[in-house]
Design a protein around this ligand. Structure first.
Ligand code: FDA
Ligand code: NAD
Length: 401
């Protein structure tokens, strides 16, 4: 049994949805384009987990179906239902999977009150756990994006939260200790407790298999109604290991999102692509690059002569409680702060200056125009000789660029 398509998108997440939209916008005939996804629903906006499906018309959707093996020489994919699907062009949009506690030697991920958050079924499970723990206690494992955003949601839902993570401060991949401390103080003012510099050691379970207590490596024992785990992700590259070149844990692609096999493209979280401004490949785990890489890859496939190399400045953001920040560029080099980092609810930010140029910018509580200004600044990378003067000008420096 088999079917053949001109274009196959493997994966049904954010980048898959945007790639499909772009194919349809540019014009594909019925039967030319197929999406294969092991999720049972059409692509949706994962950040909001909003059920706002990205499904365009005229696309063959093979849902609830995983791909279990790929043969890039033969240009075929074998699905879990035993079907062989062949392609002329393949876009790998398999994203990433949440790391499991078991990978750190702790058992219990299957307990009904232990929650991860990657897809709609995870979100439904989390909502159920929240609804069955009114006024209860949650431990949030991990101090990254999922940990911080879920902790805020739990507090809003009147659940007592203790965050546990191994680093000295939250959001360690992106934030400096000084900026992280601003957010931790704000969270503390909303009742969140932090236990830093340690990790989970084991769970205790009741007779129904629910987790009742969490023991940490430092010996602390916490009684819980629910546990939320956000300890990072791993890109889903397994189908292509040994067939395509990998880099930075993802599939290595060029500025056209083409992998080491010219018929195969990779986009979104799974792709390691050249970021021109940094002179190196990066794998980004954010929705803006998922959307834009999808568009660019489709353009590379459909109009290769008119498509240049991807030119992209990384963009990350988050919104929790009444807080809202944006970050553009690279967090490398010396950090220059501006604004008041001590008061809650204020506007503040930082620039990263590397080799005499502004390469990164962070802003909390900005206006649309101010965010546009820091985005433009990191794109233009202006030279800065005097860091004290940059500090004095603060946000005004970006606004004047
Ligand atoms: P994505 O994970 O979206 O999709 C991968 C798809 O491939 C899934 O449908 C999966 O089932 C499928 N798949 C994998 N292997 C398969 C196989 N073998 N066979 C068939 N199908 C397979 N970013 C940001 O910038 N701002 C934000 O606020 C947020 N917020 C946010 C909240 C939450 C809860 C999450 C989980 C993530 C975010 N993100 C974010 C990150 C952002 O959502 C992420 O970068 C994009 O979803 C990446 O899109 P992809 O298409 O690469 O992967
Ligand atoms: P992350 O990489 O942001 O954070 C992982 C965290 O896990 C680290 O900060 C660390 O504190 C913790 N950790 C690592 N090892 C641990 C261990 N052994 N025990 C306990 N904690 C440990 O990953 P995440 O928060 O799981 O987020 C998953 C993905 O979702 C990421 O790709 C992220 O970019 C994406 N996401 C992005 C946003 C956003 O951009 N606003 C929001 C939600 C999710």
């Amino acid at each position: 049994m088999g079917r053949a398509f001109v274009y196959v998108i493997l994966g049904g997440g954010v980048s898959a949805g945007y790639a499909a939209l772009e194919f349809v916008r540019r014009g594909v005939s019925h039967g030319e384009l197929c999406i294969i996804s092991n999720e049972s629903v059409a692509p949706y906006e994962r950040p909001a987990l909003s059920k706002g499906y990205l499904l365009p018309e005229g696309v063959e959707l093979v849902l609830g179906t995983g791909v279990k093996s790929a043969d890039v020489k033969r240009k075929t994919l074998l699905t879990t239902t035993g079907e062989t699907i062949s392609y002329k062009f393949l876009i790998i949009a398999t994203g990433a999977r949440a790391l499991k506690l078991e990978e750190f030697g702790v058992n219990g991920s299957d307990a009904e009150n232990v929650c991860y958050l990657r897809d709609i079924s995870d979100a439904n499970r989390l909502v159920n756990a929240i609804q069955s723990s009114p006024g209860g206690n949650a431990v949030v494992i991990g101090g990254g994006y999922i940990g911080m955003e879920c902790a805020a949601s739990l507090v809003i839902n009147k659940i007592n939260v203790t965050m546990v993570f191994p680093e000295a401060h939250c959001m360690a991949r992106l934030l400096t200790p000084k900026i992280a401390s601003y957010y931790e103080e704000y969270y503390k003012s909303r009742g969140v407790k932090f236990i830093k510099g340690t990790v989970l050691s084991s769970f205790d379970f009741d007779s129904n298999g629910k987790v009742t207590d969490v023991t940490l490596r430092d010996g602390t024992k916490l009684s819980v109604d629910m546990v939320v785990v956000g300890i990072g992700i791993r890109p889903n590259t397994g189908l292509f290991e040994g067939q395509l070149t990998l880099e930075k844990g993802g599939i290595k692609v060029n500025g056209m999102f083409q992998s080491s096999n010219s018929s195969v493209y990779a986009i979104g979280d799974v792709a390691a692509f050249p970021v021109k401004a940094f002179g190196e490949k990066r794998r980004l785990e954010h929705v803006d690059s998922a959307r834009k890489s999808a568009k660019h890859a489709v353009s590379s496939i459909m109009e290769p002569d008119k498509t240049g190399e991807f030119d992209y400045i990384p963009f990350f953001y988050s919104r929790v409680f009444t807080l809202s920040w944006q970050f553009y560029g690279d967090n490398a080099g010396e950090v220059v702060y501006y604004g008041d980092l001590s008061a809650s609810g204020s506007t503040f930010g930082a620039y990263w200056v590397n080799k005499g140029h502004v390469v990164g910018a962070f802003l909390e509580g900005g206006t649309r125009e101010e965010y546009e200004a820091i985005a433009k600044t990191t794109t233009l990378r202006p030279a800065v000789e005097d860091l004290t003067e940059l500090e004095r000008q603060g946000l005004g420096f970006a606004v004047a660029v």
